[in-house]
Write a protein that binds this ligand. Structure first.
Ligand code: SF4
Length: 451
């Protein structure tokens, strides 16, 4: 085991849950080679930035960190800096030219080359491994997890859709699914280790398909929920066109599959959905919502929405507001559009909505969604919800923060309980993002029916 500072590594992770899961895979790969995890980047000899190219804000944060690390590298010429994940995939030359502190780049399909890239950097060379590899699912690598309560399990990688605004097909390549048997094995191990929540991950998770096992996402979800009956099962992110009736019936029929679906819509206007190349109309989206609600009456829904995409007119924006009012999502990730280099929109569409208009439309969306969330959360006051405690609350170590099966955050006085406990909580108050509660004193329990 190499223990000196030069072989201690620290990963800064940006972006989505998939990147967090990938950082766990990278950690496992490096530990296999004798590298050790450093407590912070100040004590590391190798610093990795696991990057996200989806939002401008995440790209800017990577740039700022690289500038800061440049100074650190001037003080310590042995420091090695690698940029991995989505950004290097389409900005190779630009990154090396702009940030001379970078020693190497690696894409999402080439993490197995990291020990080689680090060794090359230790010899003074720069390198990049960025090829797509549709056979790479990191099968057989048990990720190193940060939490002993909740685990992410990537079940598919990449995306075959070509949403016009999205960089993912260009940074993560074509879809490929983890073999059914490997996912089941990993879930069995997590269940045996006492994990209380397992989230199946994929850029387009519900298009999962294992040819050999002839198994789609509904069958995988069903199997996973049976292998870990004491764990809550979640999944993200779903594409509306791949929400099948059999998938909804599976969620409805298995008590430990959480009654929450994140279903990105992006716009309430069919015209915009066409320009975005989403592959469905808003009527079809509404039909999926109706199907979900008819089969899972207590479901909670969340979504993603973009304000001011290319060509968006005031009527399109009003259609987005109307969709929010009609569906009444619990929560939404809301952004205004900015061009991502290399996407279909960047190549073929004009980013013609003025920034001030984008910002005004986004604010209207945020204001409306916040008022809907606040109403829905207030409606929960007086009910008893089952909460999986996740952590101490940010405000006080005397309180715990947990989530309902519907993914609502709940804060309550902890008394004698710990993260990982499953507790009945009476909802006594609410904001637009959090329920406030009081323990019911039936104590912690291992419930099978987690609704
Ligand atoms: S479904 Fe669309 S938005 Fe989602 S990752 Fe694929 S291309 Fe991007």
């Amino acid at each position: 085991m190499r223990r000196e500072k030069g072989n201690a590594f620290f990963i800064h992770t940006f972006g989505c849950q998939m990147n967090l899961a990938d950082s766990g895979i990278i950690t496992a790969l490096l530990q296999q080679e004798g590298y050790v995890v450093a407590d912070s980047d100040a004590t590391a000899g190798i610093i990795l930035l696991n990057t996200c190219a989806v939002r401008e804000n995440a790209v800017d944060r990577v740039g700022h960190l690289l500038q800061h690390l440049h100074g650190q590298k001037k003080r310590n010429k042995h420091l090695i800096i690698g940029v991995v994940g989505c950004i290097p995939q389409h900005q190779r030359e630009e990154l090396f030219a702009r940030y001379p502190a970078i020693d190497f780049l690696a894409g999402p399909d080439t993490y197995r080359t990291l020990p080689e890239l680090i060794a090359q950097a230790q010899r003074g060379g720069k390198g990049a491994t960025l090829a797509f590899n549709t056979a790479e699912t990191y099968d057989g690598i048990e990720p190193v997890r940060q939490s002993a309560i909740s685990a992410f399990v990537p079940v598919m990688r990449g995306c075959n859709n070509m949403c016009a605004y999205c960089v993912v097909p260009f940074t993560r390549g074509r879809e490929r699914s983890q073999p059914f048997d490997s996912v089941v094995r990993e879930v069995q191990n997590l269940a045996a280790s006492g994990y209380r929540e397992i989230t199946l991950l994929g850029q387009n998770v519900n298009s999962y398909y294992d040819d050999r096992a002839v198994c789609d996402f509904a069958a995988l979800l069903d199997a996973v929920s049976r292998e870990a009956p004491q764990a809550r099962i979640r999944f993200t992110t779903s594409h509306p066109k791949d929400i099948s009736e059999s998938l909804v019936r599976t969620i409805a029929s298995r008590p430990n599959i959480c009654n929450h679906i994140h279903l990105p819509v992006q716009s309430g206007s069919s015209r915009m959905l066409g320009m975005m190349n989403r592959g469905h109309t808003i009527e079809e989206y509404r039909e999926k919502i109706a199907l979900i609600r008819s089969l899972i009456p207590d479901v909670t829904l969340s979504t993603d929405i973009i304000a001011g995409f290319c060509g968006e007119l005031e009527d399109d924006h009003k259609a987005s507001l109307k969709l929010l009012s009609d569906v009444r999502f619990d929560a939404a990730y809301m952004f205004y559009y900015s061009t991502r280099e290399g996407t279909l929109a960047a190549k073929t569409l004009e980013d013609d909505v003025p920034e001030a208009v984008k910002k005004r439309r986004l604010q209207e969306i945020i204001d409306l969604q916040n008022s809907i969330s606040a109403e829905l959360f207030c409606e929960a006051i007086g009910s008893v919800v089952e909460v999986l405690a996740e952590s101490e609350s940010r405000r006080s170590s005397a309180q715990l923060m947990g989530r309902t099966a519907g993914n609502r955050a709940v804060v309550f006085d902890r008394e004698r309980y710990q993260p990982g406990d499953l507790l009945d909580v009476l909802v006594t108050g609410a904001t637009s993002a959090t329920l406030i509660g009081r323990l019911m004193h039936s104590g912690t329990h291992l419930s099978v029916n987690m609704r």
